[in-house]
Design a protein around this ligand. Structure first.
Ligand code: TRH
Length: 359
C-alpha cells in the first residue's frame, strides 16, 4: 500500500483487553512486526499496563496510545480492529469521512476449525451506524494456506536455531543440573498440576512463569524435580525461554503460537469457554498438528492434551507420551517446518489491506 506523498503507511491497531494478556500480546506482536517492516504503527489499547514488562523499550515507528485518545484521532491508512473490539464511534465516523477511506479489517482469534477457511476474507458492508458506507473485512489467522497464517517475523526460525538456550538460561540463574530436563510452565489456575508432576517423573527443572502455579507447584514437587519462579519477562525474552526449554506448557493464543515456532514439544492449555467451545477447538488443532506423526505416540499425546485440559482422564498413556521424547521432537520440528512454509500473517495482511483499501 502506498500513501499519496510516499511516506510510510500508517496502520491503527485497536485492542480492547478481555482478560489476561493475549489480546494485547497478539496486538503488540503484530504492531511491532509492522513497524520493523517500515510501516508506521499505532497501537490503541484500553489497558497498556502489561507493556511495562512485555515491551519496556521503545520501538522505532511504533506508537503506543491509550484507547480514549482514538476518539479524537485521525485514522490512518489501515485500521485493524482486533477480536471484534469495535473502535470508538467517533474514530469509525472519521474513517467513513476520509476522502480515501482506510481498509478496515477485523483480525479474529486463531483456530484450526473448518469455519476459519470459510470465513477468512469475507466482507461485511456497513449499512448503519458511524461506519455506514464502509466495508469491514474479516481476516482469520490459521494453520494452512487457506487462512491468514501466523505471525512470523522475518528471520525468526534462523534466530531460534542459532540460539544457545542453555547458556542463555544459565546466565540468568536458570541452568540445568547434569541430566536434567527443563520445562517452562505458563498456565491458568485450574491446571491439573499434581497429575502432571506425577506423569513427568524425576529429572525435571520446572521454570514457572508468573501466575497461580508459582505458589501451587512447589508443595507438589516429587523426588528429583525442582522449580524456579520466574519474573514476568519481556515478550522477546519469553520467546528465548521457549526456545531454550525441552518442553513448553503454554496457554491462550500468543504463547501457544510462539511455542510452535520454538520447535520443542509443546502442551497447550486452551482458554476455557463456558459453552464448551474449547473442546472442538483443541481437537481441531490436534488433528492438524498430529497428522503424520507416529500413530501410537500421537494417540498418547492427544490423551495427554485432553487430560491437561480437563477433557479426559489421566492414564498411563499420558506419562508415556512425555517419556517418548524423540517422537515428540520429530513432530514439533515437522509441524514447524510445515507452518514455516506458509506466508506469514503480517505479509498476508499487508497484501490483503492493499486489495481492500482505498474504497
Ligand atoms: O494471557 P493469555 O491467557 O491470553 C489470552 C487471553 O485470555 C485472551 O482474552 C484470550 O482470548 C486468549 O488468551 C485466547 O495467554 P497468551 O495468549 O499466551 O498471552 C500471554 C502473553 O504474555 C503473550 O504475548 C506472551 C506474553 N508473556 C510475556 O511477554 N512474558 C512472560 O513472562 C509471559 C509468561 C508471557
Amino acid at each position: 500500500m502506498q500513501t499519496a506523498d510516499s511516506s510510510p503507511p500508517t496502520w491503527d491497531i485497536c485492542c480492547r483487553v478481555i482478560d489476561n494478556y493475549g489480546d494485547l500480546g497478539v496486538c503488540l506482536r503484530l504492531a511491532r512486526d509492522l513497524a520493523r517492516r517500515g510501516t508506521r504503527a499505532r497501537l490503541w489499547c484500553d489497558d497498556l499496563s502489561p507493556l511495562a514488562w512485555m515491551q519496556p523499550d521503545p520501538v522505532e515507528r511504533l506508537e503506543i496510545r491509550p484507547w480514549e485518545q482514538a476518539e479524537a484521532a485521525a485514522p490512518g491508512d489501515v485500521v485493524i480492529e482486533t477480536f471484534g473490539c469495535e473502535p470508538p464511534a467517533a474514530f469509525v465516523a472519521a474513517m467513513a469521512a476520509k476522502a480515501v477511506r482506510p481498509a478496515w479489517i477485523n483480525l479474529e482469534y486463531l483456530s484450526a476449525e473448518d469455519y476459519v477457511e470459510r470465513s477468512h476474507g469475507l466482507k461485511s458492508p456497513q449499512f448503519s451506524g458511524p461506519g455506514a458506507g464502509l466495508d469491514k473485512w474479516f481476516f482469520y489467522p490459521g494453520f494452512n494456506e487457506r487462512t491468514g497464517g501466523l505471525i512470523r517475523e522475518p528471520g525468526l526460525i534462523d534466530a531460534v536455531t542459532a540460539h544457545h538456550g542453555d547458556a542463555w538460561r544459565a546466565a540468568r540463574g536458570w541452568g540445568r543440573l547434569p541430566g536434567e530436563r527443563v520445562l517452562s510452565l505458563f498456565a491458568y489456575p485450574q491446571a491439573p498440576l499434581a497429575p502432571l508432576l506425577e506423569a513427568l517423573g524425576p529429572g525435571w527443572l520446572l521454570l514457572l512463569c508468573p501466575g497461580a502455579p508459582q505458589a501451587a507447584v512447589p508443595p507438589l514437587l516429587r523426588e528429583g524435580q525442582r522449580a524456579i519462579a520466574l519474573p514476568a519477562l519481556t515478550q522477546d525474552d519469553y520467546d528465548r525461554l521457549l526456545w531454550s526449554c525441552d518442553l513448553n506448557l503454554v496457554r491462550g493464543e500468543d504463547s501457544f503460537v510462539r511455542a510452535q515456532w520454538a520447535g520443542q514439544p509443546m502442551l497447550w492449555q486452551i482458554y476455557f469457554q463456558d459453552d464448551g467451545a474449547h473442546g472442538p477447538k483443541l481437537e481441531a488443532f490436534l488433528d492438524a498438528a498430529l497428522a503424520g506423526a507416529e500413530d501410537r505416540w500421537a494417540a498418547n499425546w492427544r490423551a495427554l492434551s485432553r487430560a491437561w485440559n480437563g477433557l479426559g482422564p489421566w492414564t498411563p498413556a499420558c506419562a508415556e507420551a512425555l517419556r517418548e521424547r524423540p517422537a515428540a521432537v520429530a513432530q514439533a520440528r515437522a509441524w514447524r517446518a510445515k507452518l514455516a512454509a506458509q506466508v506469514d500473517l503480517t505479509s498476508q495482511l499487508q497484501a490483503f489491506a492493499a486489495r481492500a483499501g482505498g474504497a
